[in-house]
Design a protein around this ligand. Structure first.
Ligand code: FAD
Length: 319
């Protein structure tokens, strides 16, 4: 990719992958497990978990935007060994300890009523991680993913990050890395959550915004009518903050990263299509005239077909 990238297309980092396979995992040790929602009475339970991977092949080999695998011990309800679950890293490449021995992730407990039995449904890996105590050992694999990483030259671009829920994880690591490298360009993070109490790393991000003149941290709260703009999804910020965001989005330096709930990309693409002039839109989305004439009826199944993100849009979305 690196030799053929068109001007302003990112040349992404080349990152190691699959150094540990789920069938032959390594052992990571939990060294920290803290609540990371803004308020203790949040609607969801999300924890910041730090795992010491020293002595495994993961040491110094993981990058923000990549994920690691966790393989729970035991068997599932069909008697088969538990499968690997992926968790995005929220650390910079140097880890939480500055030496690439401790990497962190942001885990949301999967808790529900069982669809059929109506009994309490607890996701296996997320609750294992959230319940874990300092000193607990975990079976880990990875790193996974090479498309959702920062470019080789951090300073060659500006960044617009969209996050919902635990989709914030990679951006925490990326921001830490950018600012540690003395990044002086523009970076905007738009973070969405249902309630203000569910914002993640809110204090860290607010402090970063105070200290870094090029960084804007915008939140979109979808289930509280009381905010300055009422209920908002991340894409709504494109409209309410148009004057601030348009210069960055129309700049040839800008890259878009989207991480979080599967489906969030559709609303963002629609709003970009409505907001941006055609030559700027083309930098992010290729769509034929027919699709552009009916932006309001875009559906998720059209993404990668009639509505195609370019290489300046990085996406990591999951259910
Ligand atoms: C690339 C990637 C990165 C990810 N990063 C993160 C991250 O940073 N943080 C994070 O928290 N998660 C992340 N995830 C999601 C994570 O991998 C797990 O899918 C999630 O934690 C649930 O796993 P679990 O073992 O707790 O649940 P599981 O035990 O796997 O249960 C979930 C499954 O059970 C079924 N199910 C769900 N609800 C019900 C119900 N009510 N009744 C019956 N069945 C049900 C569904 O089929 C669902 O797939 C990521 C996923 C991907 C693919």
């Amino acid at each position: 990719m690196s030799m053929t990238a068109a001007p302003h297309e990112p040349v992404l980092r080349e990152v190691p992958m699959h150094l540990l396979r789920p069938a032959e995992p390594g052992v990571g040790v939990v060294v920290r497990n803290d609540r990371c929602t803004a308020g203790p009475k949040a609607a969801g339970f999300v924890r910041h978990l730090e795992i010491d991977v020293s002595g495994t092949p993961l040491e110094r080999q993981c990058f923000p935007g990549q994920s690691i695998g966790v393989i729970p011990e035991g068997v599932d309800d069909k008697g088969r060994p538990h499968k690997v679950r992926l968790y995005s890293l929220c650390s910079p490449a140097s880890g939480e300890d500055g030496q690439g021995k401790v990497y962190a992730t942001t885990v949301k407990r999967t808790i529900d009523e069982h669809w059929e039995t109506h009994r309490l449904f607890l996701g296996v890996a997320s609750n294992l991680l959230c319940d874990s105590q300092v000193g607990d050992r975990l079976r880990v694999s990875g790193p996974n993913g090479k498309r959702f990483v920062l470019p080789q030259d951090l300073h060659a671009h500006d960044y617009t990050f969209f996050a919902t829920g635990t989709g914030i994880a990679p951006f925490r690591g990326m921001l830490m890395e950018l600012f540690a490298a003395g990044f002086k360009g523009r970076v905007t993070l738009i973070m969405g959550s249902p309630y203000a109490t569910d914002l993640l790393y809110h204090d860290t991000l607010t402090t970063m915004q105070r200290e870094q003149p090029g960084f804007a941290y915008l939140t979109a709260i979808s289930r509280e009518p009381g905010g300055p703009h009422g209920r908002q999804y991340v894409q709504d910020r494109l409209r309410t903050d148009r004057d601030r965001l348009l210069p960055q989005l129309t700049s040839e330096r800008n890259l878009i990263y989207i991480c979080g709930l599967a489906g969030m990309e559709l609303g963002i693409f629609k709003e970009l299509a409505l907001l941006l002039p055609p030559d700027s839109l083309e930098q992010y989305i290729k769509a034929d005239a027919e699709a552009l004439a009916h932006i309001d009826s875009w559906e998720r199944r059209m993404i990668h077909k009639e509505v195609r993100p370019t290489r300046r849009v990085m996406m990591e979305v999951y259910a």
